[in-house]
Ligand binder design. Structure first.
Ligand SMILES: Nc1ncnc2c1ncn2[C@@H]1O[C@H](COP(=O)(O)OP(=O)(O)OP(=O)(O)O)[C@@H](O)[C@H]1O
Length: 256
């Protein structure tokens, strides 16, 4: 196994000539659980979009050492069209075809079974034939988490997965991520620093620049030096954990 899944080098991204990321460097390692923190507007989502090839960087490079289909992505549910008339099972299975529904309707048997297995493991067997438009926020996130697992990813990317979910699912979700982290790297953007401090292994502070911190224990001084505006959180179980919070490259290089 390569010692890095993804290498981001000197990545700069702008919107309307306004620099949002400036010479960002970040490596993602196998089985890392990387928490992305930083102030509002600091560029966290932009970093993820650049990783997914959804925004074009001005400079720098992103090298994948795994096939792109081995990157799972859980979008924010406000990016999902709830009017689309498709069942939970079909949505989950569509993860196999990169979100395209064409092949889903061929109902590949092995894929169907795997989708059912993921749904069962997520504890949502009862809603598998429901249309996605009928689901609550928490149910929707569970469904999309299943979908992001269809290709058995080596890297799972989640952008604020706790935004629209109920408290019960929030803790369930993080326990699930902890379990998944035994077999895949996780990159998690979250505003819930208390939770982050408990689950992540390493931290990246994103505020125009990116500072990787190879531990989940971070001091206020370090946060200040990373230019991450902060609010101190100490987690009960890890008394020394202190986290900060909030409230290109001309081409993508993909090496397999
Ligand atoms: N499509 C866009 N067009 C123009 N500006 C954008 C666009 N998307 C984001 N921005 C701007 O880029 C900056 C970084 O935004 P981004 O969403 O990456 O930050 P963030 O760290 O994820 O913020 P938050 O914590 O609020 O989600 C912000 O100033 C934002 O207004």
């Amino acid at each position: 196994m390569n010692e890095k899944l993804v290498e981001i080098k000197n990545l700069s991204v702008s919107y309307d000539q306004q620099r949002v990321l400036e010479q960002a460097n970040l490596d993602i390692h196998p089985l890392d659980f990387l928490g992305i923190i930083g102030p509002n507007g600091g560029g966290k989502t932009t970093l993820i979009k650049a990783l997914l090839g959804l925004v074009k960087p001005d400079a720098g490079s992103i090298k994948f050492h795994i096939p792109l289909k081995k990157v799972g992505y859980l979008p924010q549910i406000n990016q999902v069209d709830k009017r689309f008339p498709i069942t939970v099972l079909d949505v989950v299975q569509s993860g196999k075809t990169g979100g395209k529904f064409l092949n889903v309707f061929r109902k590949d048997h092995a894929d169907r079974l795997y989708a059912e297995q993921l749904i069962d493991e997520m504890g949502i067997t009862g809603i598998r034939h429901k249309a996605i438009g009928e689901l609550s926020g928490g149910q929707m996130q569970r469904v999309f988490l299943c979908r992001s697992l269809m290709n058995q990813p080596e890297l799972l990317i989640l952008d604020e997965p706790d935004t629209f979910v109920d408290n019960q699912f929030e803790s369930e979700l993080y326990e699930k991520l902890k379990e998944l982290n035994k077999r895949m790297a996780i990159l998690l953007v979250s505003h819930d620093v208390g939770t982050i401090s408990y689950y992540v292994k390493t931290i990246a502070c994103v505020n125009r620049q990116v500072h990787y911190h190879p531990s989940n224990v971070i001091s206020t001084e370090q946060l200040a030096s990373y230019n991450c505006p902060l609010q101190i959180i100490t987690h009960g179980h890890i008394p020394h954990t202190v986290l900060g919070m909030h409230e290109n490259h001309d081409h993508h290089e993909h090496r397999h």
